[in-house]
Design a protein around this ligand. Structure first.
Ligand SMILES: Cc1ncc(C[n+]2csc(CCOP(=O)(O)OP(=O)(O)O)c2C)c(N)n1
Ligand code: SF4
Length: 300
């Protein structure tokens, strides 16, 4: 990350993500951690991080690139570990945030049982998923967050199944707060993290997280890619309160889907039919519009 960007996002030495970490250039997760740091202000969280790039980020023991305590958990157990940490903190009168920081593999797939259990118990945790739509750390295998038809190392001719709707799954748990976040929309990102920090109980945040290594994109394009994903409607920005009340943060602005797709080799194969993707986007927006009209969030 260049100096101007470091200053822009406030990466002071005691940021939750310190300089010298091992993340690839252009990793969306790095910027997500910087924005999280800004939203936290002086507050330091305790992290529970499962197997994913986010735990490799820390570097080799006994040093750590994280400027906050981290419990490294097994792939499936970060919400359970966070539950224990949160319970002990609360028993000691400490309301500080406990944050699961996990990739989509640990969220949509391998950790979903403990995620569902902690959400159902409404544990006092913020669960943050950086969704790069693959198992990035182990070579870019497909996950249930990989969109339909996208090429990965285990679906070289295109994944056959649809991307799982994790927001709908979390809404079904009737948790107090869920939101989608964009690293290209900083104010919206910070406002949603602050809403999550001010809410008690289980909170779920998911950000689209470019992975230049796996997406075969250029590192300097990462923020623009998310801007295009939001602008063309592929990655909607919205909040769900109590599992039923919807608020759309930003509507698509007519950005052509091609601007997003053409900058990533994973979209370039013959298997991706952009008209089909546009159809899915339209369907997704019909659903979101219907929900936000039928069940609007109260004004903040
Ligand atoms: C039970 C288990 N299976 C597999 C692994 C190997 N493994 C470590 S990280 C990883 C990929 C994680 O993918 P994701 O959660 O999407 O995060 P990312 O790597 O993309 O940051 C895998 C498969 C493991 N550590 N534990
Ligand atoms: S492989 Fe992808 S998710 Fe992992 S550190 Fe590199 S860019 Fe980030």
């Amino acid at each position: 990350m260049n100096r101007a960007l470091v200053e822009e996002v406030g990466a002071a030495p005691e940021s939750v993500l310190r300089c010298g970490n091992t993340n690839c250039a252009g990793c969306g997760m790095s910027l997500g951690l910087q924005f999280l740091n800004q939203a936290l202000g002086p507050e330091r969280p305790i992290f529970a991080i499962p197997a994913c790039c986010g735990i490799v980020t820390a570097g080799a023991f006994p040093t750590s690139a994280y400027g906050a305590p981290v419990a490294a958990t097994t792939f499936a157990s970060s919400p359970a570990v966070a539950t224990g940490i949160s319970t002990i903190l609360r028993l000691n009168g400490d309301a500080g945030p406990v944050i699961c920081w996990a990739g989509d593999g640990g969220t949509y797939d391998i950790g979903i049982a403990t995620l569902s259990a902690a959400a159902e118990r409404n544990e006092d945790i913020i669960y943050f998923c950086y969704d790069n739509e693959i198992y990035g750390n182990t070579g870019g295998q497909r996950s249930s967050a990989t969109p339909e038809d996208i090429a990965t190392t285990t679906s070289p001719s295109g994944k056959g199944e649809l991307k799982k709707d994790i927001m709908a799954i979390m809404a079904g748990h009737r948790i107090p707060y869920a939101a989608t976040l964009s690293i290209a929309h900083r104010e919206d990102f910070l406002a949603k993290v602050r809403t999550a920090l001010a809410t008690r109980g289980f909170r779920f945040l998911v950000m689209l997280s470019p992975c230049p290594t796996g997406w075969k994109s250029e590192a300097e394009d990462s923020v623009d890619l998310v801007r295009y994903a939001v602008g063309c409607g592929l990655f909607p920005l919205y909040e769900i309160f109590g599992g039923v009340r919807y608020r759309i943060s930003l509507r698509p602005d007519g950005t052509p889907l091609e601007m997003y797709a053409e900058r990533q080799k994973r979209y370039r194969g013959r298997q991706v039919d952009l008209d089909k993707v546009r159809g899915r986007i339209a369907e997704q927006w019909r659903y979101l519009d219907a929900m936000s009209r039928a069940f609007p969030a109260e004004p903040a």
